[in-house]
Design a protein around this ligand. Sequence first.
Ligand code: FES
Length: 104
Amino acid sequence: MTDVYQQIGHLNDFSDNNMVTYFFNDREILVIKIDNKLYAVDNICSHSEQPLCDGTVIDQEIECPSHGAKFNIESGEPTTGPALLPIDTFKLKLSKNGEILIES
Ligand code: FES
């Protein structure tokens, strides 16, 4: 089976920020850029469904601004409570023109 990718954004969206939220398939996807690498996670925290987009990213982890849970941005696994469940992660590709493509 062939993977299918669709464009959700462009590298130009990251001019002043390392996180951008996109809507894709009725979900909020948070794309995080670190050291020229892109990661995509669900924007909703698994603890109490608060948005992660106002959180802080440090060393491959995003910290939820609501109660401090941290998640690995590659695996989605929680590394610090109170969250116990992972957040979804998504595969991305980058086109030659800087288009950000997400697996659908
Ligand atoms: S909603 Fe994220 S830690 Fe509580």
